[in-house]
Design a protein around this ligand. Structure first.
Ligand code: KIV
Length: 271
């Protein structure tokens, strides 16, 4: 399988160039060194150190509990692995909704301690000040609209967002605002495909969809979902490219059996 490797290192400018010439952008989540090495070798353009680490790595029900220190630990591990991909890190819940100064302080820690390349924040007009302050420090910001998991308790469900025209209009307004103040890209999560298309055609900056249909400028999935490491999550937008839960489980069963049957180690596997 061939992978487009024109860019030695992906920058926000490279992503814009991809949109300008109609080339799709690939993005996946990463939380640790070993997996990030594989994903980067596979040619993915952007690695998102998502606060979905709260669910996937720590087993929490929502993304809310993860701390800034934990995000920095995950991000630093990913950055150490990466040679090509742009590394974007989620600002965790509580670090930008209340105070733009806290947003900047938290971002500076992420950039200095993890060596990240950009941050992501969920929301539109309501977080304008935080986005502007972070941008003013020279840090690229990715927006995130539609289903915003940090607001799960406000909405109560993970169903498709902005199905009504009035909500769609608000989302387009927010997307235009984020573009105008300087975001380099926007994630569009779980919205109707027609709206994903409208936003992507309206904006000059790239859109990255997750359940946003086939017309967004790029796609993102949670790596553990697309590799089938998680088993009990089946949204319509998810395509599983492997069934690693079963592959790993079978390997572990075989290992365990070999140990118990004294088949491992054999005489060549010892000193
Ligand atoms: O945290 C995350 O993994 C995300 C993606 C779902 C876009 O924000």
């Amino acid at each position: 399988m061939s992978v487009h490797k024109e860019f030695k290192r992906i920058t926000t400018h490279a992503l814009q160039a991809m949109k300008n010439r109609g080339e799709r952008i690939s993005m996946l989540t990463a939380y640790d060194y070993s997996m990030a090495k594989i994903l980067d070798a596979g040619g993915v353009d952007v690695l998102l150190v998502g606060d979905s680490a709260s669910n996937v790595m720590a087993g929490h029900e929502t993304t809310l509990p993860i701390t800034l220190d934990q995000m920095i630990y995950h991000a630093a591990s990913v950055v150490r692995a990466v040679e090509r991909a742009l590394v974007v890190v989620d600002l965790p819940f509580g670090h930008y909704q209340g105070s733009s100064h806290k947003a900047l302080d938290s971002t500076i820690r992420i950039m200095k301690e993890a060596g990240a390349h950009a941050v992501k924040m969920e929301g539109g007009a309501e977080i304008r000040e935080s986005v502007e302050r972070v941008l003013s420090a020279g840090v690229p910001v990715m927006g995130h609209l539609g289903l915003t998991p940090q607001s799960i308790y406000k909405f109560g469900t993970y169903t498709v967002r902005a199905k009504k025209e009035v909500e769609a209009e608000k989302l387009i307004e927010d997307a235009l605002l984020l573009q105008e103040i300087g975001c380099f890209a926007i994630v569009l999560e779980k919205i109707p495909a027609t709206l994903g298309k409208r936003v992507s055609e309206t904006l000059k900056i790239p859109t990255i969809g997750i359940g946003g249909g086939q017309h967004t400028d790029g796609q993102v999935l949670v790596t553990h979902d697309m590799l089938g490491i998680t088993k009990d999550f089946h949204p319509r937008f998810l395509r599983r490219y492997a069934e690693l839960f079963d592959v790993i489980k079978e390997a572990v069963e075989q290992y365990s059996e070999d140990v118990k049957n004294r088949n491992f180690p054999n005489d060549k596997e010892q000193y």
